[in-house]
Every structure is written in structure tokens, then in C-alpha cells.
Design a protein around this ligand. Structure first.
Ligand code: SF4
Length: 78
């Protein structure tokens, strides 16, 4: 499992999540930040600090945001 950044991050990019992540799993990916699922240790620290509620554990991503699970993965599998 891992946490996932979804569409509310677009054009927001507050970066509070980057500052709290203990393993540097969150990186600038252009229009959003994204989370490296191979590095994320599921600590949950990023979720409550996001001002636009863009971060979810992958099992709890809303139906309308499901594609973001793959978007986060694909960015790190390039
Ligand atoms: S859940 Fe923890 S380890 Fe994973 S991205 Fe968020 S802050 Fe980083």
C-alpha cells in the first residue's frame, strides 16, 4: 500500500506534504506533486496537512480519482 496524490493538487501544490514526509517520497511532477509508492512507508503524515485534501491511502481513493493511483506509479516507473 501507499498514499496517493490526486487531482485537487493540480495548480495548488502547497507542498506541506513534502515537508512532513520522513522518507522523501513526494516529488514535484509538474502540475502536481506525486508519491513514490516504492518509497512511501504508509505513515500517513502527509494526508492531514494537505490543505485541499488531495492525499488518500490507495485503498481509500474516491471512485472519481482512481486513475491517480496509476499516475503516481507511472511517474516513478519511467
Ligand atoms: S504516507 Fe508518509 S511516507 Fe508516504 S508519502 Fe505520506 S508522509 Fe511520505
Amino acid at each position: 500500500m501507499a498514499f496517493v496524490i490526486t487531482s485537487p493538487c493540480i495548480d495548488e501544490k502547497a507542498a506541506d506534504c513534502v515537508e512532513v514526509c520522513p522518507v522523501d517520497a513526494i516529488h514535484d511532477a509538474g502540475e502536481t506533486f506525486l508519491i513514490d509508492p516504492n518509497t512511501c512507508i504508509d505513515c500517513g503524515a502527509c494526508e492531514p496537512v494537505c490543505p485541499v485534501a488531495a492525499i488518500f491511502q490507495d485503498d481509500f481513493v474516491p471512485d472519481t480519482e482512481q486513475k491517480w493511483i496509476q499516475i503516481n506509479k507511472d511517474f516513478y516507473n519511467k
